[in-house]
Design a protein around this ligand. Structure first.
Ligand code: OAD
Length: 244
């Protein structure tokens, strides 16, 4: 792996790093990505599963799908890429991890204060009173769960297409992108906004932006460096440089 002198020097010296992750970082754990020839959205229709109107039309179907995904995620484990980021957090004073993933694998690897832009599959909330419900309280059977307080329908705490991001989370991510010296965008196709704005914002504010992906993406032309390969192999190498 050809790691530039600039990236080496930043890894060794900077105290301010912001990281954006996408589905690709969990691919080596066995969680399917969304796009690409084998991605979830090549087999399923997001407008039927990841959309509020679709949920109201057919909550059983949407819950069936999320329960299926929850079951998979429950059985997979964080991989070396997740662990490398958790370790990096301990070594860098101003470290922010922003993720589009809902799989909880960053937390399970030991990362704390993760900014989850698209929610978390292990959490749900009532569309009537807004009360949050812990994962365990939602039946894994394919029934639609109802709120114990107001009997409203409970939905997964996932940001669906056309919905706003959770309040304050994107703002905190933008602030971290604005102030960091090194920005890493990892395992994301960078086509979903506003998440895909973060590396662009970081670059505008003077950060060195590095992309880690199996292939070039929509934002490759705007980053300083693209490291082509598996996140689970590249991130441990970057960590090693930091630890030298
Ligand atoms: P995508 O499925 O769009 O992109 C995954 C990216 O990861 C692709 O660019 C792959 O090339 C790359 N990739 C795959 N395996 C990799 C590996 N081992 N190492 C490094 N890179 C790898 O996923 P996201 O960009 O996360 O939203 O998608 C963004 C959002 O679209 C998701 O959060 C989801 C989806 O609709 C919601 O569910 C709200």
């Amino acid at each position: 792996m050809n790691i530039s002198h600039k990236l080496r020097s930043l890894l060794q010296n900077t105290e301010s790093i912001c990281v954006l992750t996408g589905a690709g970082i969990s691919a080596e754990s066995g969680v399917e990505t969304f796009r690409g020839s084998n991605g979830l959205w090549s087999k399923l229709k997001p407008e039927e599963l990841a959309n509020f109107d679709a949920f109201m039309r057919n909550p059983e179907l949407v819950w069936e799908w999320y329960n299926y995904r929850k079951e998979i995620i429950h059985h997979v484990k964080p991989n070396p890429a997740h662990f490398a980021l958790a370790r990096l957090q301990e070594m860098v004073k101003d470290f922010t991890l922003v993720t589009q993933n809902v799989d909880n694998l960053h937390r399970r690897a030991g990362s704390t204060n993760v900014l989850e832009l698209h929610g978390n599959i292990e959490r749900s909330y009532c569309i009537g009173c807004g009360k949050f419900v812990a994962n365990v309280e939602v039946s894994l059977e394919n029934k639609v769960p109802h709120c114990q307080s107001c009997n409203g329908i409970i939905r997964p705490d996932i940001v669906w297409f056309g919905e706003m991001l959770p309040e304050g989370v994107f703002e905190a991510a933008t602030e971290a992108a604005d102030r960091c010296e090194l920005f890493l965008t990892i395992g994301t196709s960078a086509v979903v906004y506003p998440a895909a704005n973060l590396p662009i914002t970081a670059r505008k504010h003077g950060a060195y932006v590095v992309e880690i992906n199996l292939e070039r993406t929509e934002i490759s032309h705007t980053v300083h460096e693209t490291l082509l390969g598996k996140a689970g192999e590249i991130l441990p190498q970057l960590l090693k440089i930091k630890e030298e």
